[in-house]
Design a protein around this ligand. Structure first.
Ligand SMILES: Cc1ncc(COP(=O)(O)O)c(C=O)c1O
Length: 394
């Protein structure tokens, strides 16, 4: 019996985060796992080599460090297996390559992360896969878009930049009736605030770059499958050779330990900022599912346990004024909020959202959409900084 055998089986999410993936007594009692870097793995004899008769065989197929992270993510997601990828984008693209083939039709939510749309419109199309974007407000009605060759439905909730929620169980039920794979980008909520596989999703995808790593210095992605879909994902991952690095896996596992407390703080501050923005005349709309006035709030409340720190608002602009000029004025007036794309770290960020690539959804017409990532700074300082932005926007 090891020291860990006395662990209680049902524990809270923060307790789970502190312990997941590594039993210190498997490695001399050290609290963190060793970083095992590898290309070459040796075999004791020719027979073992021929049979691949040992747990580790080659660096691309995993080391004890990448396994520690995969085990932790399996536990958090309730998954049969997890693959590691060198970025969140690769976690989505490799998942699509695992389940799609020439002649297939894929349904992709229109509020999808922009670089996934570019992959679909270039690489998937070139490989003879038909891609169709659907309205995130579709629930069971998505069935009207199914074709005999529809093999995959991709969800992202809330959607990138505009934060529409989706009726995930209703979409998953329809997709499964048609034997299509359901994949979901769950980066915004993390498995702490939403567990996709419990709601009928087959593969849950996260950019661990964001909240799991949490310090704006790592790129990594995970894709976690249920028992039915795991084998295919594992094999295609191995065949493509697009693997996550042990040093990055170590850092993401380290980040996971504090993700719960960081998310609590992101959530509390983001809600406070959203409420503060809502009271301002120079803001036309707030796009944040945790806000009761947001149109999809009820669906968020029904399915999610919490909200993270990314939200958008629409700057109110008088008719005839240039949206871009006002947006840039606002952004240039900020000093604590950094101007940057990759969110989920400790620092607050802002950017002007480009919605020109949307096919189904219409961009808000009251003014430019500004996306904020609310970091770990003091809330009064963030409000003062945003107020400087509004002053600068005129
Ligand atoms: C929702 C979402 N998914 C995936 C990604 C891609 O993550 P990465 O930067 O690790 O490629 C991003 C990046 O911003 C994102 O916002």
């Amino acid at each position: 019996m090891t020291a860990n055998d006395s662990r209680p089986t049902r524990v809270g999410s923060n307790t789970q985060l502190v312990r997941a993936g590594h039993n210190p007594f498997d490695f001399h009692g050290f609290v963190n796992p060793p970083t095992v870097r590898a290309s070459t793995v040796l075999f004791p004899d020719a027979g073992t080599m021929e049979a691949h008769g040992q747990k580790y065989t080659y660096g691309t197929r995993g080391t004890p460090t990448t396994d520690a992270l995969c085990t932790a993510i399996n536990e958090l997601e309730g998954a049969a297996g997890t693959i590691l990828l060198p970025s969140g984008l690769a976690a989505v693209t490799v998942t699509f390559l695992a389940y799609l083939a020439a002649g297939d039709h894929a349904l992709i939510v229109d509020s999808v992360y922009g670089n996934v749309r570019r992959f679909c419109d270039t690489v998937l199309t070139r490989f003879g896969i038909e891609v169709e974007y659907y309205d995130p407000s579709l629930g069971a009605e998505i069935e009207t878009l199914f074709k005999p060759n529809t093999r995959l439905v991709h969800l992202e909730a809330p959607g990138s930049n505009t934060f529409e929620m989706q009726d995930i169980p209703a979409i998953a039920a329809v997709a499964h009736r048609h034997d299509a794979v359901v994949t979901m980008d769950n980066t915004w909520a993390t498995p702490l605030y939403f567990r996709p596989l419990d709601f009928g999703v087959d593969v849950s995808i996260q950019a661990s770059t964001k909240y799991p790593a949490g310090h704006a210095d790592i790129l990594m992605g995970t894709a976690s499958a249920n028992a039915r879909r795991w084998r295919r994902l594992k094999h295609v991952h191995g065949e493509l050779g697009i693997c996550g690095a042990p040093d990055d896996a170590y850092q993401v596992l380290r980040g996971l330990r504090t993700m719960g407390v960081r998310l609590e703080r992101h959530q509390k501050s983001a809600l406070a900022i959203a409420e503060w923005l809502e009271a301002r005349d120079d803001v036309a709309r707030i796009l944040y599912p945790a806000l009761p006035s947001f149109p999809d709030h009820d669906i968020w409340k029904r399915d999610f346990k919490g909200a993270s720190g990314v939200l958008s608002f629409v700057l109110a602009v008088a008719p005839g004024r240039d949206f871009k000029v006002r947006a840039q004025g606002f952004l240039n007036g900020l000093s604590l909020f950094g101007l940057g794309y990759s969110w989920g770290g400790f620092q607050s960020l802002a950017l002007h959202v480009d919605l020109d690539d949307r096919r189904v959804l219409r961009a808000p017409n009251e003014g430019p959409v500004i996306r904020l990532h609310i970091g770990l700074e003091d809330i009064d300082d963030l409000k003062a900084d945003l107020a400087r932005g509004f002053d600068a926007a005129g």
